[in-house]
Write a protein that binds this ligand. Structure first.
Ligand code: F6P
Length: 342
């Protein structure tokens, strides 16, 4: 059994722990060999590999990033892409199966490849925690820790100057990082994509905090949308590299708050800081267990499956079910946090 490993999509603390878990379990229990594909699907499509064995993975479980590199390459695109070419590349390299570690895009591609008869097992990865089929994904806990520490720091400077601070965290489609870091840091309002709010509601929370003599702290997901003010998002456009802008909502929200309430306001986009550095202990353990379970799934030939966390157990689910629906923040969870706003 020769297993190809790849990490694809945005990186995430814990990727190396998955690789280590899969390799050590595969080598010690299933007599497997491994090969690493570099920079995600691109490595598989182009046959760009790196040697991976039990010595390569020694000590990497606590390291951030990914020793394999990552990219957002789609394996169905380009001259060398598509199932037939991939099957050929795999057979030339003597690779009989793939463990694909990635988020929604990666797993959707993995499912399509599995449907085309390629032996693929998925491992869910996202700091945003937006994948269905698993209770939590590794990287999320680390991102929440980093965001919480940053918001705590922003609060003390906001208080010194009696300013309003708007901290923007990642979360294109869902607000899990904002919800958890906002609750942990005692934010006065949390704004998430699942719960559009009007600028009047937001300013109401800000003013009630100011009226108590405190500095308002707001946490906003990058994907937050104003209710009834769709044109407020037209600022997004392209970034300095001519790509569609992702974050930046805090940069329009802070001046709006200042203009309407008269409270001096500042914004801070936390950005890729949330994805960098060492994984938390929780994420190291979760990622290692998922990696080990992925090696078992390959051994059991569970093609088209994904390893997942259910409660405290690692289980195997179908990738199709996992990518079917995003894991959004339930309204009840938001309402619970909203009791603390203002
Ligand atoms: O999907 C994870 C994520 O971190 C999102 O929250 C964010 O919008 C995006 O990746 C950023 O991607 P990139 O690293 O390509 O800028």
């Amino acid at each position: 059994m020769r297993i190809g490993l790849l990490t694809s999509g945005g990186d995430c603390p814990g990727l190396n722990a998955v690789i280590r878990g899969a390799v050590l379990k595969g080598v010690r229990t299933h007599d497997a060999e491994f090969v690493g594909f570099r920079y995600g699907w691109r490595g598989l499509v182009e046959g760009d590999t790196m040697h991976v064995d039990r010595h390569t993975v020694r000590g990497i479980g606590r390291q951030g990033g990914t020793i394999l590199g990552s990219s957002r390459t789609n394996p169905f695109e380009g001259e060398k892409g598509g199932p037939d070419n991939i099957r050929k590349t795999m057979s030339e390299l003597g690779v009989d199966s793939i463990i694909a570690i990635g988020g929604e895009g990666t797993l959707t591609a993995a499912r399509r490849l599995a449907d085309a008869g390629i032996n693929v097992v998925g491992v869910p990865k996202t700091i945003d925690n937006d994948l269905g089929g698993t209770d939590y994904s590794f990287g999320f806990d680390t991102a929440v820790e980093i965001a919480t520490e940053a918001i705590d720091r922003l609060r003390t400077t906001a208080e010194s100057h009696q300013r309003c601070i708007v901290a923007e965290v990642m979360g294109r489609h869902v607000g899990w990082i904002a919800l958890h870091s906002g609750m942990a840091s005692g934010a006065h309002a949390i704004l998430i994509p699942e719960q559009p709010k009007t600028i009047d509601e937001i300013c109401g929370w800000v003013e009630s905090v100011r009226d108590r003599g405190r500095a308002p702290v707001l946490v906003v997901s990058e994907g937050f949308k104003f209710a009834g003010m769709e044109d407020a998002h037209s600022h997004k456009g392209l970034d300095a590299f001519n790509r569609p802008r992702l974050g930046g909502i805090s940069e329009i929200l802070a001046p709006m708050i200042e203009e309407r309430t008269g409270i001096e306001s500042r914004s801070q986009v936390l950005g890729h800081m949330q994805r960098g550095g060492e994984p938390s202990a929780y994420d190291r353990v979760l990622a290692t267990r998922l990696g080990m379970a992925a090696a078992d799934s390959v051994h059991q030939q569970q093609w088209g499956s994904m390893v997942a966390l259910r409660g405290t157990e690692i289980v195997s689910v179908s990738i199709a079910d996992a990518v079917h629906e995003l894991n959004t923040v339930p309204a009840a969870r938001y309402d619970e946090a909203a009791i603390l706003f203002g």
